[in-house]
Design a protein around this ligand. Structure first.
Ligand SMILES: NC(=O)c1ccc[n+]([C@@H]2O[C@H](COP(=O)([O-])OP(=O)(O)OC[C@H]3O[C@@H](n4cnc5c(N)ncnc54)[C@H](OP(=O)(O)O)[C@@H]3O)[C@@H](O)[C@H]2O)c1
Length: 300
């Protein structure tokens, strides 16, 4: 099976790259060779590589900047996936795409099911939702894995920002009224491979087993709860920290250009029952990432 992976330099793409080679021959062109902002680049790469499976881990992920750069976000998050999916439909290929909890408005307190009404509260979420719709309407065999609060030992993410701030400052003020499930890239990559292994070669994700799928660890927390777990874990690993006080604050005390959903918890029933994947608790899933960061710090 020929696999085309986009976004291989990102958090998820890096974690997927090595694992995907267990399933087939992987091409992972960089942005220079496969630029999702340039439609011709997308078409040319697809025609040249003729993948059986497109794994689209690339995205415009700068949530606040997307408010100002909506067109760029739309091109990368919606238009490029639409082209990929149409190409897949025309060539009998399949697409595994990633999306976000930000397609929901975050109102209410019931975990979001795949079938729930979407209503993004920011430009990033709207462009990601437009990408989902384009893929669903393309006629391609597809699976859209929605995840939340993605982080890794590398890349720009909340866990690494908290560790940096905890080294630099004595006090941190962290939002405590947005609720979700932090998802490490290593686990999402492993879950993705297990899902792909259930299909094998040939046409993937057809009929009942396509569509959107929610994937995140078990349990929920706030950004404050996540920050506390990161800092406790860093202390256990003897990482040098200056922070003494961590203060929970409401979203209203930390205004950002883009609004965020308050409640981003997924219903994971589909992942468990149809794909037989039991996610770890988010606290357990954090430990390997902290081990990785602590190991890198010791070796640097
Ligand atoms: N981060 C989160 O908290 C989060 C939460 C929920 C869902 N998601 C979704 O999960 C998926 C993976 O996110 P991530 O956090 O791994 O992303 P990331 O670390 O920000 O990486 C984004 C990747 O996309 C590539 N990319 C951006 N613009 C591109 C372009 N014009 N052409 C080609 N490649 C381009 C980047 O390449 P360069 O290295 O060249 O920039 C990078 O490899 C995305 O679909 C995202 O929407 C993320």
């Amino acid at each position: 099976m020929r696999i085309l992976l986009s976004g291989a330099t990102g958090q998820l793409g890096r974690a997927l790259h090595g694992n995907l080679t267990r399933l087939g021959e992987v091409s992972a062109p960089t942005r220079a060779a496969f630029d999702l902002a340039v439609e011709e680049s997308v078409r040319q790469t697809l025609d040249a590589l003729r993948p059986d499976l497109i794994v689209n881990a690339a995205a415009y992920t700068a949530v606040d900047r997307a408010e100002e750069e909506r067109d760029a976000a739309q091109q990368i998050n919606a238009r490029a996936p639409a082209i990929m999916a149409k190409w897949a439909a025309a060539h009998g290929s399949a697409i595994l795409h990633y999306s976000t909890d930000y397609v929901f408005d975050g109102k209410g307190r019931t975990p979001w099911k795949e079938s729930d009404q979407t209503d993004p509260v920011n430009a990033y979420g709207a462009t990601k939702r437009a990408g989902e719709i384009a893929i669903a309407e393309s006629g391609a065999a597809h699976l859209i894995v929605r995840t939340s609060w993605l982080y890794d030992a590398q890349g720009a993410n909340f866990a690494r920002t908290i560790l940096r701030l905890a080294r630099e400052r004595s006090e941190l003020r962290i939002i405590d009224d947005q609720i979700g499930a932090p998802t490490p890239a290593w686990w999402l990559a492993e879950a993705s491979i297990r899902i792909l292994q259930q299909f094998g070669d040939g046409i993937l994700f057809e009929g009942r087993r396509g569509g959107p799928l929610h994937a995140a660890p078990e349990g929920t927390t706030s950004w404050y709860g996540f920050a506390m777990a990161i800092i406790d874990g860093a202390r256990e690993r003897a990482m040098p920290l200056s922070v003494e006080k961590i203060v929970p604050i409401p979203t209203s005390e930390y205004p950002t250009p883009a609004a965020r959903p308050e409640f981003s918890v997924f219903d994971l029933s589909r992942l468990r029952t149809e794909f037989e994947i039991s996610p770890p608790h988010w606290r357990d899933a954090l430990a390997p990432v902290l081990d990785d960061i602590a190991g890198k710090a010791q070796n640097s």
